[in-house]
Design a protein around this ligand. Structure first.
Ligand code: DGL
Length: 259
């Protein structure tokens, strides 16, 4: 099957990576909306417009299903495109439920400002945070750092320290990575919390959901060089063909294998 996976930027590669490992026999188109990243600080109406264009583009490329590999886009635009297009569309939401279940103290959800403000997350919290142990923290700066290829080092550490000045890090034993870009910062975030928290992302659950929806069997494998270069990478509607740009995506896959 031909599967389209999209995000505002490179965050979605973390979902693509998981999908390629677990569903290695499918064909993938990965779409990053680099002309409009970051989504998380834009208006919901703007994001709906971007997502509408991307879904139309992917449908035009003949995909059988689409994964919105972006919590922000899902929270404001998933319903809109599901009604408009006659194709299976899977969204993502912060993996709050497994984090709450695993926690013995408090849970911190990091996400973009839109995801934190929108009803979708608030409704999820009403369902799964019965004991009010979840706190929310916007971390928009991590998206910018990820797009600049900065995943660790003093700039990341300073940003984490600055943003987390409003919380007491010892209160938490689970941290939800509620934005796909944040997966690249697992090491830096874990280091910030002194290695004492569980980091929960929604990537595995999303791919499981995709497999169930399409009736596909899940595997547990590694990515080969050939698989990485067999993906069609698209940036805001333009196919990526330049060697250097393709190497950037290969580098991201390699990095995710280390995280
Ligand atoms: N990667 C996206 C998410 O999962 C959003 C990043 C952005 O463009 O702000 O929320």
């Amino acid at each position: 099957m031909k599967i389209g996976i999209f995000d505002s930027g490179i965050g979605g590669v973390t979902v693509l990576h998981e999908a390629m490992k677990r569903l290695p026999n499918e064909e993938y188109i990965f779409y990053a909306d680099l002309d409009h990243v970051p989504y998380g600080v834009k208006t919901p109406e703007e994001v709906i417009g971007f997502v509408d264009n991307i879904v139309a583009d992917l449908v035009g490329r003949g995909v059988d299903a689409i994964v919105i590999a972006c919590n922000t886009a899902t929270s404001v635009a998933a319903e809109y495109v599901r009604i408009k297009y006659d194709i299976p569309i899977i969204g993502m939401e912060p993996a709050v439920k497994p984090a709450v279940e695993a926690s013995n103290s408090r849970v911190l959800v990091m996400a973009t400002p839109i995801t934190i403000r929108e009803n979708k997350l608030q409704n999820l919290l009403k369902k799964v945070d019965k004991d009010h142990i979840v706190d929310l923290l916007p971390m928009p700066g991590l998206v910018r750092l990820a797009e600049a290829g900065i995943f660790e080092g003093p700039e990341v550490d300073e940003y984490l320290t600055e943003q987390m000045a409003v919380i007491n890090k010892d209160d938490y034993d689970q941290v939800v990575l509620g934005c796909t870009h944040f997966t690249y910062f697992k090491s830096a975030i874990s280091k910030f919390f002194g290695g004492k928290v569980g980091l929960v992302d929604g990537n595995r659950g999303t791919v499981k959901h995709l497999a169930e929806l399409l009736g596909l069997e899940l595997f547990d494998g590694d990515l080969s060089h050939d698989m990485i270069y067999n993906v069609t990478y698209v940036e805001s509607g333009r196919n990526v063909t330049a060697e250097a740009a393709l190497a950037k995506y290969a580098g991201l896959h390699a990095r995710l294998d280390q995280e």
